[in-house]
Design a protein around this ligand. Structure first.
Ligand SMILES: [Zn+2]
Length: 82
């Protein structure tokens, strides 16, 4: 995220970190460990790389359609809609 500023506070200072990202879509969840994120050092706002999000989404739907098996990804039990 070079030459970019935090859209929240305007700070140009970021730190790269890894986190467990929980993707959710229509009551289904996919936990993606070690997701690279960038965190604004000033306000703590968390930014995800668009490429990373796209890949998570692609994996999510592939797993949903059973075309791919989760490996390092952890599929959480479906949460029932009330
Ligand atoms: Zn910020």
């Amino acid at each position: 995220m070079e030459n970019k500023k935090c859209i929240y506070c305007g700070s140009p200072q970021y730190e790269e970190r890894r986190t467990d990202y929980l993707y959710s879509y229509k009551g289904n969840y996919l936990l993606v460990p070690n997701t690279p994120v960038e965190i604004c050092l000033n306000c703590g706002m968390v930014y995800f790389d668009a490429k990373v999000l796209k890949e998570i989404e692609r994996r999510f739907f592939a797993i949903q359609k059973k075309t791919e098996k989760p490996d390092s990804y952890v599929e959480l039990p479906q949460v029932a809609f009330a």
